[in-house]
Write a protein that binds this ligand. Sequence first.
Ligand code: K2U
Ligand code: ZN
Length: 190
Amino acid sequence: MACGLRDPMAWPKSLAMSLRPILLHPDPRLKKVCTAIEAITPEIRALADDMLHTMYDAPGVGLAAPQVGVLKRLFVMDCVKEEGAAPRPMVLINPEITWVSDDTAAYEEGCLSIPEQYAEVTRPERVRMRWTDLDGEAQEEEFTGLWATCAQHELDHLNGKLFIDHLGPIKRQLITRRMVKLKRERAREG
Ligand code: K2U
Ligand code: ZN
């Protein structure tokens, strides 16, 4: 879709995409190890479309299937940040890390399942990943910068890990308590 992809409202209405609700931490489904995708079915394609739509709408630069309640090994990302640059929506099916750099980089991470909570996480600065794309083709690429941080953050989601699991217990519990309070308030608002 070459249209203004980053603006979901510009997408042709013929594309039956829908926004999917994003699960909020704490939720047991966000702690599960997701299962491999055996076949790229029309449902998987629709899921990938909906996840990209949901990610751009959030807005975010990545989104993993368990965050929309589907415990399958698939995430989407588009870390293109330059204004006016063409978006690069990516769909990674059954992704695996094949190499990480010794060098590390720290990044103030957030998460669409843990809104408005940020903390510094240190990860390998560069990673090589292997995955299957929506055409069933094997892909392999090295990611750096925000792409590397995001890809590792999303792969963590497929293994039931959140960015707060990289923090010390005090900070993790502080953020979790805030999220329990937020979910209770949202439940009351209805
Ligand atoms: O998985 C998610 O919750 C999506 C995150 C991915 C992400 C987290 C930390 C660092 C890089 C990517 C969302 O995109 S969080 C929102 C965001 C937006 C721009 C830059 C960083 C984070
Ligand atoms: Zn996240």
